[in-house]
Design a protein. Structure first.
Length: 373
């Protein structure tokens, strides 16, 4: 499925299918006022129903039970490449390659049941020790692949609809206070990064001051900075992507629709931009004079070294600066709806959990002072 914006600012969702009578590809569409996660799911269901109705009026729906998983994967990826961005395709290709290798390229698609696929995804967690988040991506890849299989009569129904993964509980129950840095930890980590390379130090401090994701800040160019307003604003309208063997580029759309926003910059963030402009005045803002961008693996490697040096018992990566920003705004009493708008989270539970934890802790801290009245 792909989406096109119409002239009247609505969104037309499209899907294609092969007409069994002619062998030609045809399209169906449905229009919605918004392009959100909810409308995308609804559009997908409507389009699948439309295609099903058209196919049922032409053929008897006989299932092609001899299609192998390897063949389905190759055919689906060729179709998927027409609908998604290169980096999305790269990730899907990587995951589907493992799926085909693990399950077997010669396995018949029609024989893969919900029970089998549930056991496979659970094995990825408990046998191969993949993270919950990674397995959720594998589950979505399988879901999209089997939706394609349904549309082409390779299976009667999508077995992924009844898959229920037993996600690892300890990941769900991570302590909230481990998701952000305390002031002294933040100070130590930033000083360490500045000592390694001032550019990397400025970049991570900028992440903390703005709450941006790594990809959003790394993709900023000078034309994204509005110096005419006070305070200055940084427009987030894309994310940086780099497919191995290729040059890093800015992908036009960021993580979600709510991610497109303008972030007001505090004075220190403006100072950082001015310092960076003395070094580079074109391309991506955050890069060294001899590079085209700042690679995330390098930053995270240095952050792990800082974690060890200062005995920080938390997962320290680029993303922790975003959570630290949220915790600081909560401590300052900024309303949660403004925090969500600033960091581009339409409805994120982690943001809410950090906000509520910090505000509750602050309330308990200051309630003790009532006895001083």
């Amino acid at each position: 499925m792909w989406v096109e914006k119409t002239k009247d600012n609505k969104y037309k969702f499209r899907e294609q299918y092969k007409d069994p009578l002619t062998g030609n590809h045809k399209k169906v569409s449905v229009t919605f006022d918004k392009n959100t996660a909810h409308t995308r799911k609804e559009a997908q269901m409507v389009l699948e129903r439309k295609i099903g109705d058209k196919l049922n009026s032409i053929v008897d729906g006989t299932i092609k039970s001899n299609v192998k998983l390897g063949d389905l994967n190759a055919e689906w990826l060729k179709d998927y490449a027409l609908k998604v961005k290169p980096y999305t395709l790269y990730n899907a290709t990587s995951r589907s390659r493992r799926i085909v290798k693990d399950i077997g390229k010669d396995v018949l698609v029609s024989k893969l049941t919900s029970k089998y696929l549930t056991n496979y995804l659970n094995d990825l967690i408990y046998k191969y020790n993949l993270k919950n988040g990674s397995v959720k991506h594998y589950k979505e890849t399988l879901n999209v692949m089997f939706r394609y299989a349904v549309l082409h009569d390779y299976v009667k129904a999508n077995p992924m609809r009844d898959v229920s993964v037993d996600y690892r509980k300890e990941e769900i129950a991570d302590k909230i206070e481990e998701k952000y840095l305390e002031p002294e930890e933040l100070k130590n980590v930033l000083e360490y990064l500045y000592s390694r390379d001032p550019v990397y130090g400025r970049f991570c401090e900028f992440l903390y001051l703005t709450g941006m994701r790594y990809g959003e800040a790394a993709a900023l160019t000078w034309k994204d900075i509005n110096k005419r307003t006070k305070p200055w604003g940084a427009t987030v309208n894309g994310t940086i992507v780099r497919i191995p063997g290729k040059k890093a580029v800015k992908q036009d759309s960021p993580k979600t629709q709510s991610s497109i926003r303008t972030v007001d910059l505090p004075d220190r963030a403006v100072e950082i931009l001015k310092e960076q402009h003395k070094l580079v005045s074109d391309g991506f803002i955050f890069r060294t004079a001899g590079s085209s961008y700042l690679p995330e693996p390098t930053i995270n490697r240095w952050l792990r070294l800082a974690k060890e040096r200062f005995n920080i018992n938390k997962k320290v990566s680029c993303h922790i600066f975003r959570h630290t920003h949220i915790s600081k705004l909560a401590e300052l009493g900024v309303p949660i709806y403004i925090v969500q708008q600033r960091v581009g989270h339409a409805n994120d539970q982690t943001t809410k959990n950090i906000y509520l934890h910090v505000t509750r802790t602050a309330k308990e801290k200051y309630s003790n002072k009532l006895n001083l009245l």
